[in-house]
Ligand binder design. Structure first.
Ligand SMILES: NC(=O)c1ccc[n+]([C@@H]2O[C@H](COP(=O)([O-])OP(=O)(O)OC[C@H]3O[C@@H](n4cnc5c(N)ncnc54)[C@H](OP(=O)(O)O)[C@@H]3O)[C@@H](O)[C@H]2O)c1
Length: 342
């Protein structure tokens, strides 16, 4: 029988995760919940998703907006095996007692502290550790990108030391209230929180990160310097390690993808829903091995990179598939991102 999944919080991440769950053969999307009516709620109902009222929202408010609702959050939880919380940062943690009371398994997003759950999760990195877990956090977009790359580099070459600078998008495209609009903001916590967050998955990874926020909404870019423990004879072998791993896309010079605008244009040309790029994006010319020192750029689409992980985490928690690579293949096939030829 298909796993019954609720999605609480239907914004940037929640609506993508709901679509992804809906596409999986071994899962059923029971419904989605949000507090206010609006175009996203209306669209959910038009798509045939059941919409439930959460938080301080009221059924009357939705009905006045002409949006029919199927009940409240508790009704949704009662009909489901697991809830994926995609509410704003800190709201997810505040929802924990509600999920505990409803005795339902839960998945949180990277905006919450690691302590909200038993485990932090990334499919390539630690799927087996989350086997059978009841409360798991899918790490943030930047941490997902770093954890995937770390999975490859640790497995094939070992990591002595890693320094990464994260060039962070200031806001998502729909977030009109955020900035900066003309400036580069150094993140004044040194090192940044991203390195410790990757260590919630790889406790012994010697990584230190710093971050700056720049006025773009498209993607983040990571500038990486990794000292490898077992460096290969040439950089081509590192490229091959990334290329042969799911959820990595590598572009070459002749593709003329100069930066994040062209990556998003590539996704548009592929007809990807919402221009989503759920893979780590690398450039062949943007990777260089100098002895034991590896330098590489990777671009991370903040709005969508965690979506496939929110599917795989359920297969781990509910022991639906013991092999992470098989779960990844099923997820990616359903999402149309399996082994993209560039
Ligand atoms: N966006 C990213 O780049 C990104 C990347 C990775 C991880 N994350 C993490 O994912 C989580 C969600 O982020 P997001 O970017 O998707 O946020 P978002 O776009 O603001 O969406 C959150 C949605 O939750 C709804 N909501 C607010 N209060 C609620 C409540 N009490 N109960 C139920 N729903 C509620 C809001 O709609 P209503 O007001 O209509 O209810 C809103 O649409 C955060 O932990 C974030 O850190 C975000």
């Amino acid at each position: 029988m298909a796993l019954k999944v609720a999605v609480n919080g239907y914004g940037t991440i929640g609506k993508r995760v709901a679509d992804a769950i809906h596409l999986q053969k071994d899962m059923t999307l029971v419904g989605v919940a949000k507090t206010r009516p609006g175009f996203e709620g209306r669209r959910a109902v038009e798509k045939g998703f059941k919409l439930f009222v959460a938080g301080d929202g009221t059924k009357e408010e939705f009905e006045r907006a002409g949006i029919s609702v199927a009940g409240n959050l508790l009704d949704l939880l009662q009909q489901s095996d697991v809830v994926i919380d995609a509410t704003p940062e800190k709201v997810g943690a505040a929802n924990k007692p509600v999920y505990d009371e409803a005795k339902i398994a839960a998945v949180w997003q990277g905006g919450e502290k690691a302590s909200v759950a038993e485990h932090s999760f990334n499919a390539l990195a630690n799927y087996p550790e989350c086997f059978g877990a009841k409360k798991v956090r899918v790490v943030s977009c930047n941490t997902t990108g770093l954890a995937r790359a770390a999975s490859v580099l640790r497995r094939d070459f070992g990591v002595q030391h890693w320094e990464a600078t994260l060039v962070r998008r200031a806001a998502d495209p729909g977030e009109t209230k955020r900035g900066p609009i003309n400036g580069i903001l150094p993140t004044m916590s040194l090192p940044s929180h991203h390195g410790p967050d990757v260590r919630t998955i790889f406790p012994d990874l010697p990584i230190a990160t710093t971050a700056v926020v720049v006025p773009t909404t498209l993607m983040h870019v990571h500038v990486n310097h990794v000292r490898l423990a077992r460096p290969p004879s040439d950089g081509g072998k590192v490229l091959e390690a990334f290329r042969s791993t799911p959820r990595f896309v590598l572009f070459r010079g002749s593709d003329h993808l100069e930066g994040t605008p062209q990556v998003i244009e590539w996704a548009r040309d592929l007809g990807r829903p919402r221009n989503d790029v759920m893979e780590n994006v690398l450039w062949e010319e943007g990777l260089k091995l100098d002895g034991e020192d590896l330098y590489f750029f990777q671009a991370i689409h903040q709005e969508s990179i965690v979506v496939p992980e929110n599917v795989d985490v359920l297969r781990a928690m509910f022991q639906l598939e013991s092999d992470p690579l098989k779960s990844i293949e099923r997820t990616d096939h359903a999402l149309g991102i399996a082994r993209v030829a560039t």
